[in-house]
Design a binder for this molecule. Sequence first.
Ligand SMILES: Cc1cc2nc3c(=O)[nH]c(=O)nc-3n(C[C@H](O)[C@H](O)[C@H](O)COP(=O)(O)OP(=O)(O)OC[C@H]3O[C@@H](n4cnc5c(N)ncnc54)[C@H](O)[C@@H]3O)c2cc1C
Length: 482
Amino acid sequence: MFNPETTVKDLSALIGQDKVLTTEEAITGSMGMEFSFERAFGYVYPHPAKAVVKVTSTEDVSKVLKYCNENGINILARTGGSRSQESSLVPIDDNSIVLDGAGMDSYEIDEYNMAACVGCGMPIARLEEIVRPMGMTTGHFPQSFPLAQYGGLVSTRSMGQFSTYFGAIEDMLVGLEVVLADGTVCEIRPVPRRAVGPDLKNIFMGAEGVMGFITKAYIKLFKYRPHADLWKGAYIMPSYLEGIEAIREIMTEGYKPAVTRLYDKPDYDHNYGTVELEDGEAYMFFVNDGPEAVQKVTGDAIDKIAAKHGAHQIGTEAIDHWLEHVDDLCSMADLETTSKAYRETKLSYGAITIAGNWADLKAIYKDVNTELPGKYENQTLLGGHVSHCYHNGANIYFVYEFRIDDPMEASNIVAKFFEDVDRIALRYKSGTIEHHHGIGKGRAFLCPIEHGTSYEVMRRIKNALDPNHIMNPGTLMPLDSL
Ligand SMILES: Cc1cc2nc3c(=O)[nH]c(=O)nc-3n(C[C@H](O)[C@H](O)[C@H](O)COP(=O)(O)OP(=O)(O)OC[C@H]3O[C@@H](n4cnc5c(N)ncnc54)[C@H](O)[C@@H]3O)c2cc1C
């Protein structure tokens, strides 16, 4: 039987009393922005964690996990807390503690091999500050850049704004250290590539903490070029679908712009509005990185292909504005200001990001815009943008806003919208319900459907690594599917 007092005492004896926090402030704070709309109106978590354990070393993590595994205590892994949505960091029962790796922020930089080894608590913004004076960059710029840390970045399979050139976290991560549920420490050495069995990093990348606790990440670093030196191109497209056609041609011809974005009018007007669009038009822009000559060749091709698809080229001021404001959403993490805004406006804004091949992506966009407008009583915004592109397809962020009359219903209203968008994506062979955020607990019920027959592989791996299901229970994989 789980006894919180004994647990706190035992954990304090194992790793030090100062690392085991039980104040209400620490516990509520560890759940970050989760249910922030409801919290603005007085919501109280039904199952708060019993303690927040601030580990500072791999040894700490190993001791805590071994103890929790032996005593049936559930773990909520956490670093930056920026993905505290869809109940990622909220316990499902009264048996849980938060394992917070934010204090594990060690780093070693290898300039010659353009690589780094960072602790899971290294904030990406800090690493970028460290490597810039050396002429290098992480190349990883998610919109959560001011908040996110490497443990979470790896565990959510995160993706930055310059991804089409630098790649996503899976293209940057070369090795890992992870602690399994029973306390076993595993290192996946940082080799450039290996063909000695499956790539084991993939078991932990994107696992949202259900397969083990990531303690270290070995990553690539890249040559840094200031924004002022990058090629930029901006266009008004006659329609959203024509914009997708232009991007498809750019990608399938083999060009690799760093930033590739295509906004429909509702999304762009709501979030930026610095370019005037007529109804039905779309705003498309690109930023190139890499050697100057490569940037120019890529830029010339983009201009040409965009023109072929009816683009009207405009100035690049709006791109500079976007680059300056792209991380503004992180101000939502200031819960006091956000709560005040929620109480005043009763408006809840957010996004869901799906992906598909070129044909399916267009079909999903059309279905969402045909079937969902008017379906929910108080939806005040439905828009979308493409932001990450591949040879064989791209993602779309669908953005939404709801006016919420009954604050305690906010999460349910949004969950219904998410499910509708996800079920549209799942109609298509290449449609996926989530491109780069993870699905937390909120959409875990869709995980077996997303993976189909291959879900069995995930299920068996989970049961082998965490037979007692202590790691982030209910997240990513529904408990009744294990
Ligand atoms: C405003 C905003 C903008 C965002 N923009 C982007 C974006 O552009 N691109 C993008 O990819 N994501 C984005 N995100 C989502 C999210 O911030 C990122 O995915 C980020 O990687 C999470 O990092 P974190 O350190 O905050 O993780 P946390 O929120 O602490 O955790 C995220 C998940 O990882 C697990 N986890 C955390 N640490 C560990 C660990 N050490 N071991 C095992 N599991 C662990 C947690 O249990 C949780 O399930 C955004 C979020 C916000 C709030």
